[in-house]
Design a protein around this ligand. Structure first.
Ligand code: PGA
Length: 650
């Protein structure tokens, strides 16, 4: 998984309206409505201050709490706005609504350096549904989108992932830092790498355990979930927490650790009590010897010293989940001493959000660790190796990162066939540097979109209609595709030009419709064998490109990928030579620079398509003007397609 995303310093924000997703979901005092902890607001300050300094016109958007039925005064952003205003020492305007007249009017009035906050974005139920109409309306207030809400980055909501469909999207400093620190630890850790996992349930941490198992040297398991592991080893756990349905899983994780030579450490002793209460009398016993009627509530002193020794020698530590019931002082010892050991160590230490972050704050060690993630669910999913939609949606650092787009045409059209293909593809391409796209038949789109969420596989349609709705029997609009969560659409494929009367004009209309609904068009062009033999190739391609981009703004053009597909090479097994493909792709880039400018041309992603296969992909993709491939036949064989996906660069 690559995390090379643009951040706010990679884009010119001066004088531009910039919508920033922040996480101001701060805890409020139930009685007074005052903010009890402003850490989340503080965490967003570097980005906000940077934007003020850079003279952007700043529009902040966040959620707060869980409003159920539209606007509710108790979920207003007002307290956050007041606090932010104090912290930055300048007025912050609060809009009366989110996408209503007041918000739009106030956004219009913004002067460079001004800060406007929209009302709670969850006053609209469309937010959590990532509704394209809502996201587009939100986006219409701004020219650039900055995501700095790591805490909601694991959600594909309109204000997290949705905005990025319509605006150039970059990360703020908070997300950048989260990704840098955690990404580095996972991808290239200093060793020994020790993970400490605790918390009540194995089921919450399965993904993390499995993902970290391939990376760490030592895995320490404490907290409530350790008892399921002891149960798996046939030990006595009394009435400690145990997920009986996870015992087999715990067994297989123990076996896996053994097989991979990972030092899996469980507590050797346990603090037990007869009741779950702050003042319950306690005893210390050997782990796995908890008497009937007693439950383990913390790790014991021997475990603490054993774990501390390992932590001392670590060079990288990731900690997620407390060692015991730290909310009760009598059972906080394990968590406190592990926190102390982590704080004392010289290792890069990362506390993965949620409970463990709360524990380390409460116990007073917060300023002595390298990084405390601001995301609970988000950091957990990150540690699981999942793709976070709010991060994935941001612009790649390299706009010409290789794209491997599979065009299934009229194949694998049943959900079962389609899922078989993508399920095989998922693990094979999880580490691909390329952007992986599959263009599936309409009948399988919904299932494939669902199956590919939280993965690095994007889903494209093979065509769209240019109208949103109307009497066009059999057609599918870009709007309908956007509503399904499709991210890309192939437009003007030669088969459509050849058999379905697709013209340069209809291609242009479809590109506009796709962009209007936040879909990324993959626009095809190409010549027939006759045209090539009569020397018309370059002039024909030039005119196809000019027509395709007619009346597209420079900002719209930046969202388009072009695919050069010589018709004589499609499905024929006759691949263009590297030189032939390069010559035409270079000419496409030249045309783009004439239509727009050098920068737009230099950033445009241009693919080659036509009999790309596992053997020829890397040669083609290495050409200076070829940034990937649109792959037909070979994309139906997951082995071949994964080789093609792995042939690219980030
Ligand atoms: P092919 O198809 O790779 O099977 O030649 C390419 C395409 O139609 O995009």
């Amino acid at each position: 998984m690559t995390m090379l995303k643009k951040n706010v310093t990679d884009i010119d924000v001066r004088g531009k309206r910039v919508i920033v997703r922040v996480d101001f979901n701060v805890p409020l005092d139930k009685k007074t409505g005052e903010i009890t902890d402003d850490k989340r607001i503080q965490a967003a300050l570097p980005t906000i201050r940077y934007l003020i300094e850079a003279q952007a016109k700043i529009i902040l958007v966040s959620h707060l709490g869980r409003p159920k039925a539209g606007p509710e005064a108790k979920f207003s952003m007002k307290p956050a706005v007041d606090r932010l205003s104090e912290l930055i020492g300048q007025p912050v305007t609060l809009a009366a609504d989110v996408i209503g007249e007041d918000a739009k009017h106030k956004a219009e009035l913004l002067q460079p350096g001004d800060v406007l906050m929209l009302e709670n974005v969850r006053f609209h139920k469309e937010e959590t549904k990532n509704d394209p109409v809502f996201a587009r309306s939100l986006a219409s207030m701004a020219e650039i989108y900055v995501n700095d809400a790591f805490g909601t980055a694991h959600r594909a909501h309109a204000s997290t992932a949705g905005l990025a469909r319509y605006l150039p999207a970059v990360s703020g400093f908070l997300i950048q830092k989260e990704l840098d620190v955690m990404g580095q630890a996972l991808q290239n850790p200093k060793r020994p790498f020790v993970a400490i996992l605790g918390g009540a349930k194995v089921s919450d941490k399965i993904g993390v355990i499995e993902n970290l198992m391939d990376k760490v040297d030592t895995l320490i398991i404490g907290g409530g979930m350790s008892y399921t592991f002891f149960a798996a080893m046939g030990k006595e756990i009394g009435c400690s927490l145990c997920e009986t349905d996870k015992i087999d899983l715990a067994k297989s994780l123990i076996e896996k650790a053994e097989k991979q030579n990972i030092n899996l450490l469980l507590p050797v002793d346990t603090v037990i009590a007869e009741t779950f209460a702050a003042d319950a009398p306690s005893q210390i016993v050997c782990s796995g010897k908890v008497p009937e009627g007693w439950m383990g509530l913390d790790i014991g002193p021997k475990s603490i010293s054993e774990f501390t020794e390992v932590i001392k020698d670590a060079a990288t530590i990731v900690w997620n989940g407390p060692m015991g019931v730290f909310e009760f002082e009598a059972f906080a010892g394990g968590t406190r001493e592990i926190a102390r050991a982590v704080a004392d160590s010289d290792a890069v230490s990362i506390i993965g959000g949620g409970d463990s972050a709360a524990a380390i704050e409460l116990l007073g060690f917060a300023d002595r660790v390298t990084h405390i993630s601001t995301g609970g669910g988000a950091s957990l999913e990150f540690l699981e190796g999942k793709v976070l939609p709010g991060v994935d949606a941001l612009l790649d650092k390299n706009p010409r990162r290789t794209m491997a787009a599979g065009n299934w045409k009229m194949n694998a059209g049943t959900p079962a066939e389609a899922l078989k293909l993508v399920e095989a593809l998922k693990p094979a391409v999880a580490k691909a540097a390329s952007e992986v796209v599959v263009a599936v038949p309409y009948t399988a789109l919904a299932s494939v979109v669902e199956a590919c969420s939280y993965t690095n596989i994007k889903v494209a349609a093979q065509n769209c209609h240019d109208q949103d709705s109307g009497a066009f029997t059999g057609e599918i609009s870009a709007k309908m595709l956007a509503g399904m969560g499709v991210s890309h659409v192939v437009i003007g494929h030669s088969e459509r030009r050849q058999y379905f009367a697709e013209t340069d004009e209809s291609v242009n209309r479809k590109i506009k419709a796709a962009l209007n609904w936040g879909l990324r068009p993959i626009v095809c062009c190409g010549e027939t064998l006759d045209q090539r033999e009569s020397g018309e190739t370059l002039s024909l391609i030039h005119s196809q490109i000019v027509a395709a981009f007619e009346n597209l703004t420079i900002a719209q053009a930046a969202f388009v990928t072009v695919a050069y597909e010589p018709i004589w090479a499609i499905g024929t097994g006759k691949v263009a030579t590297d030189e032939q493909a390069q010559e035409v792709c270079a000419q496409i880039r030249k045309t783009i620079s004439e239509l727009y400018d050098e920068e737009t041309a230099a950033s445009m992603r241009i693919l080659y398509g036509g009999s790309v296969n596992a053997a020829n992909a890397s040669g083609l993709f290495a050409q200076p003007d070829i940034d990937g491939g649109l792959v037909g036949g070979a994309s139906l064989k997951s082995d071949d397609f994964s080789v093609i996906c792995l042939a690219g660069h980030a």
